[in-house]
Design a protein around this ligand. Structure first.
Ligand code: ADP
Ligand code: ZN
Length: 746
């Protein structure tokens, strides 16, 4: 018998299937990882079995044999293989690149190839450990055996998987052997690993009556066999309860479910709630697990033990069988777009997987993507609405504060009068406050502090970004590459108040401490949440009342449910409105709505939005909690500018060490595309090449072609022609790749 094998080498030139002989008695299956001789030198490389046949396409005397099967259980299911083929076609990637999405990286290279795993445990008391560490230091202070020293530092109270050590130190195995001889460590093999779902007190009372809207949504989803839905429910409308009931229904009928959540929403509280409700049948799958934990969870899924998988976008690729339901919670979140190659949208892959599995698909959000809502309006998705909060809890009152006016009236602080007074009141009443700032505010756009005018690109109607802030500065449009010199004189009102924006959490904390010296503050941002448990720690401290004011990026707005918080301040709420991408307005709206939905979840609360653009419709509608009003306005603008869903933005990015070669490659492809698309000229609204906004990243020069194409019935043909044309080009020294509707362009 012969096996079709794809080798695990990521290169378009060897993106083909090779036939190998399966020796008698070898236990290979579709999805098996195998070791095969490859190339003229017969180097042993890893590959995957894609199928079997009785005949081979090359003469029997030339066919090579599979060396061995590396792991008994297959790496991927047949449905995953189908998914990989669809990803290959949709994103022009080699098949192995698509297959690599299907399992944790640490499983490649035979690093975790055994079913049992080897653990390393420290065998020293604290005094001996110190002595051991000292013995590794030479007289001159140099470390004699840095790997051993590093491993001693890594080993803690609980045994560590050897794979976790080799992830950090490739030569860990031999160092561990040496250390075992010295008696410093012991090693042992263990079948199963730890359970990453840590014991947390049970959470989630269920003795409530479902609302009529919840019942309708649950019925619609469970009664359909493979329907596609948009669940649109305001914050606090009980969407999570809908997921849980649908998942339970799914398990009862013998199927499984995948629930995707944004990475930052995977809080211990949320995990605890799901594990209380759904029991031990859930598996967690995300990047914060250690290599060993992730492998254990993967096995639990692969063996069929787990019936529900919860995780961020990578959880969509798990080897779960018999999938009956796929949910994307908070479907508007940016983390559903992959930022490494292939740059997929999770929505698209979820749809592929749902089709392959015959599963139901639910996109869910309080603030759906405009594109998703448009699809629901035009019949592509069934719309299910939860327009009211459970138990008729009111939404908080929202105040919009015009920071231009504050400045005119002499207030130069970062707090509007209203926010300042509200903070004073909140502190006096021994309640808590949240101050949240847009994370994207760290980057710089320029605005006139006198009139609120933002410098925009004439062609694209997006704000321009300040580059080279410390020199004179250049304004760059991230869509077409147009540049303008930066000046502090406003082009609209002529006053010298144009300034680069971008305030951070640290600055806010500093100002709070200065103006409210008695208030106790906590800060939650990327800096303070680097370690694994930091997020949970800050959460716990705030919940326990150890601080009065929690300051943070939008992290704070997510998944947090504090009963004692009666005031939320959104600082520089409009910063992201002016970001140079077509998603900027809806992102700002979503953020404000999330923030505005937080205060006083269990009662009333107050939200203060501080902005330089109070009249902007996104801010006005967010203050009224009116998503549909917002949608109607935004979709009009998208139509006028031919942005998605009415147009498609395509960027082809070139990167090479040599600038002239990179530019030349870009121009060659552009003229090729011009010819290939000659028949579609009227559908192509923008077609420009230019240096990329960030001209050099990691010593690579970058050039780009940007196209904006009307979405007519020809759009698929046009895309196919672009793909076909790109396949005609290959450069030795320049790489290039295509992005469709990129969420940002740097
Ligand atoms: P969403 O995800 O829509 O923002 P949640 O699912 O977090 O809202 O629900 C908010 C709170 O309401 C949760 O504590 C949940 O347990 C509770 N809840 C859900 N459904 C009901 C209901 N029908 N009656 C009362 N409380 C409910
Ligand atoms: Zn001005």
């Amino acid at each position: 018998m012969f096996a079709q094998v794809v080798v695990d080498i990521e290169h378009s030139k060897i993106d083909r299937i090779f036939s190998y002989m399966v020796p008698d008695g070898m236990d290979a299956a579709i999805g098996s990882r195998v070791l095969v001789p490859f190339g003229r030198a017969n180097t042993a490389v890893e590959g995957y079995v894609l199928g079997f046949s009785e005949t081979a396409d090359i003469p029997p005397e030339r066919i090579k044999r599979i060396h061995r099967v590396l792991r008994k259980i297959p790496e991927f299911t047949e449905n995953q293989l189908k998914l990989a083929y669809r990803i290959k076609d949709a994103y022009m990637t080699p098949l192995v690149t698509a297959l690599r999405l299907m399992f944790p990286a640490e499983m490649r290279g035979e690093r975790v190839s055994e079913l049992t795993r080897r653990y390393v445990a420290l065998n020293l008391n604290p005094l001996d450990l110190m002595a051991a560490k000292e013995s590794l230091v030479a007289k001159d202070g140099k470390i004699k055996a840095p790997v051993m020293a590093g491993i001693l530092d890594m080993l803690g109270e609980t045994p560590t998987a050897l794979t976790a050590l080799t992830d950090t130190f490739p030569s860990a195995a031999s160092a561990v052997t040496a250390m075992e001889k010295k008696g410093w460590v012991i090693t042992f093999d263990q079948e199963t690993g730890r359970n990453p779902i840590k014991a947390i007190s049970p959470h989630g009372d269920t003795d409530f009556v479902l609302t009529r809207d919840q019942i309708n949504a649950i019925e619609a989803i469970t009664k359909s066999e493979n329907g596609h839905f948009l669940l649109h429910g305001v914050t606090g409308s009980g969407k999570t309860e809908v997921y849980i009931r649908c998942i339970e229904h799914c398990i009862r009928s013998g199927k499984t479910a995948i629930m995707l959540v944004p990475e930052i929403a995977l809080t211990p509280q949320m995990i605890a709630m799901f594990s209380t409700r759904l029991g031990r049948e859930i598996a967690l799958y995300h990047s914060q697990l250690s290599a060993g934990e992730r492998y254990d969870e993967w096995r639990k899924i692969n063996s069929g033990e787990a019936k529900v998988v919860i995780g961020p976008r990578s959880a969509l690729f798990v080897p779960l069988k018999n999938v009956g339901l796929i949910i994307l919670d908070e479907e508007h979140e940016n983390s559903y777009r992959a930022d490494t190659h292939p740059k997929y949208r999770t929505h698209d892959i979820a749809r592929m997987r749902a089709e392959i599995e015959g599963a139901r698909l639910v996109f869910s959000s309080a603030t759906p993507l405009v594109e998703t809502y448009y699809e629901a309006r035009t019949g592509g998705l069934e719309l299910l609405s939860l327009p009211k909060r459970v138990m008729d809890l009111p939404l908080p009152d929202v105040y919009i504060e015009d920071m231009r006016k504050e400045l005119r009236e002499g207030n130069r602080t970062i707090f509007s009068g209203r926010l300042y007074d509200a903070l004073v009141e909140t502190l006096e009443a021994k309640k808590q406050a949240n101050l949240s700032i847009n994370r994207r505010g760290v980057s710089a756009f320029v605005m006139c502090r006198g009139c609120g005018h933002i410098v925009r690109c004439d062609d694209c109607d997006v704000s321009m970004t300040l580059h080279n802030r410390d020199a004179h500065g250049t304004l760059v449009c991230h869509y077409c590459g147009r540049t303008k010199p930066y000046s502090n004189i406003c082009e609209k009102c002529g006053k010298p108040y144009v300034k680069a924006f971008g305030i951070g959490t640290q600055q806010i904390e500093y100002q709070v401490n200065r103006m409210f010296p008695k208030a106790r503050t906590l800060r939650m941002d990327l800096d303070t949440t680097r370690t694994k448990d930091a997020h949970a720690d800050i959460y716990r401290k705030f919940k326990n009342g150890e601080a009065d004011i929690l300051i943070g990026t939008q992290l704070v707005a997510k998944g947090l449910d504090f009963e004692n918080v009666t005031l939320v301040g959104a600082m520089a709420a409009d910063i992201s409105l002016h970001f140079p991408d077509y998603l900027a307005v809806e992102k700002s709206y979503a953020l404000l709505e999330q923030v505005a939905g937080r205060a006083g979840r269990k009662g009333s609360g107050r939200v203060v939005i501080q902005t330089y653009k109070p009249e902007h419709f996104a801010i006005q509608f967010a203050a009224k909690h009116d998503y549909i009003g917002f949608y109607e306005e935004e979709i009009k603008q998208r139509q006028q500018l031919s942005y998605p869903p009415f147009g498609t933005i395509i960027r082809i990015l070139f990167a090479g060490t040599d600038e002239a070669q990179t530019k030349a490659a870009c121009e060659t492809v552009q003229s090729g595309l011009k010819n290939a698309l000659a028949a579609h000229r009227t559908d192509i609204l923008v077609f420009k090449s230019s240096p990329a906004p960030i001209k050099k990243i990691m010593t690579k020069q970058r050039y780009q072609i940007v196209m904006k194409i009307k979405n007519t019935e020809d759009i698929e043909t046009i895309k196919q022609k672009i793909y076909a044309e790109l396949k005609n080009h290959q450069f030795d020294t320049v790489n290039f790749g295509i992005e469709i509707n990129p969420p940002n362009m740097v």
